[in-house]
Design a binder for this molecule. Structure first.
Ligand SMILES: [Zn+2]
Length: 253
């Protein structure tokens, strides 16, 4: 299984427009972060988790020419607003399979009504198929994917486990029974916004606590704010099996 970090930034991305914060001005490519998303590839399957405003650029950066589907964690704009850019995939492949919670589909149908309409479409408008995810395993390609239910302040979000890889983003609390799904992982990706606490996201300390509990072989932190600091400095402070993810990083499991 190959994981490509398409974006590792929080909702505004890094740099933030107009910001003169030192991290936003950094020349280091590892300090430049598009909105959070990963590509998960195994056998001949290619799935994207989330489809934020940088989706087009991310597909170009990773040279993706075909996708088997997009799996959504939740409906916030930084995870969904690139949906119009499935058009090149739709033109080549036909309807694009989407996987999401019923509530997330309702939000997508409001924002992208022209994609979901069953009436006559303007030429060039893409079409999708919908698979509603509940908190039970579902099939993607030839795999059983296990949802991990968590909370982003008061909003329900899904993380996902694919074999020995799990991806959690925008989590602040996870119930015990859900944490039990995270044992024996090769790789855990988990959100860590910054060092200061935040109402809706794990900070660094909370992410490290979860990692310490479930003990994956390796862990990668994502959904990172410029307030976290410079990549190279923060990396030096982390335990030896924990890494700050960065855009375009690839790992093979
Ligand atoms: Zn987010």
């Amino acid at each position: 299984m190959k994981i490509t970090f398409l974006g590792t930034g929080t909702s505004q991305g890094i740099p933030i427009i107009g910001s003169d914060h030192p991290v936003c001005l950094s020349e280091n490519q590892k300090d430049k972060r598009l909105r959070v998303s990963v590509l998960v590839e195994w056998d001949n399957y290619t799935y994207v988790i989330d489809c934020g405003p940088d989706f087009r650029q991310q597909m170009l950066n990773a040279k993706v020419s075909r996708i088997d589907g997009i799996i959504f964690t939740h409906e916030h704009a930084d995870h969904t607003m690139g949906l119009d850019d499935i058009r090149p995939f739709f033109f080549r492949q036909g309807d694009i399979p989407l996987y999401a919670h019923e509530r997330v589909f309702k939000a997508l149908e409001r924002r992208f009504d022209y994609i979901f309409t069953t009436g006559k479409k303007y030429p060039g408008v893409p079409s999708v198929t919908k698979t509603e995810i509940k908190n039970e395993p579902f099939i993607a390609g030839n795999l059983n994917v296990i949802p991990i239910n968590g909370w982003h302040y008061k909003l329900q979000v899904f993380g996902y486990r694919f074999r020995d890889f799990a991806y959690l983003t925008d989590m602040k609390t996870i119930e015990e029974a859900e944490i039990d799904k995270l044992h024996n992982l090769e790789v855990l990706v988990v959100n860590a916004l910054r060092k200061e606490p935040h109402m809706a996201h794990f900070n660094l300390e909370e992410a490290l606590e979860l990692i310490e509990r479930v003990k994956p072989r390796q862990a990668y932190l994502t959904h990172i704010s410029h307030h976290m600091g410079f990549h190279d400095e923060v990396q030096k402070e982390l335990p030896e099996n924990v890494f700050l993810a960065y855009d375009n990083l690839q790992i093979t499991i």
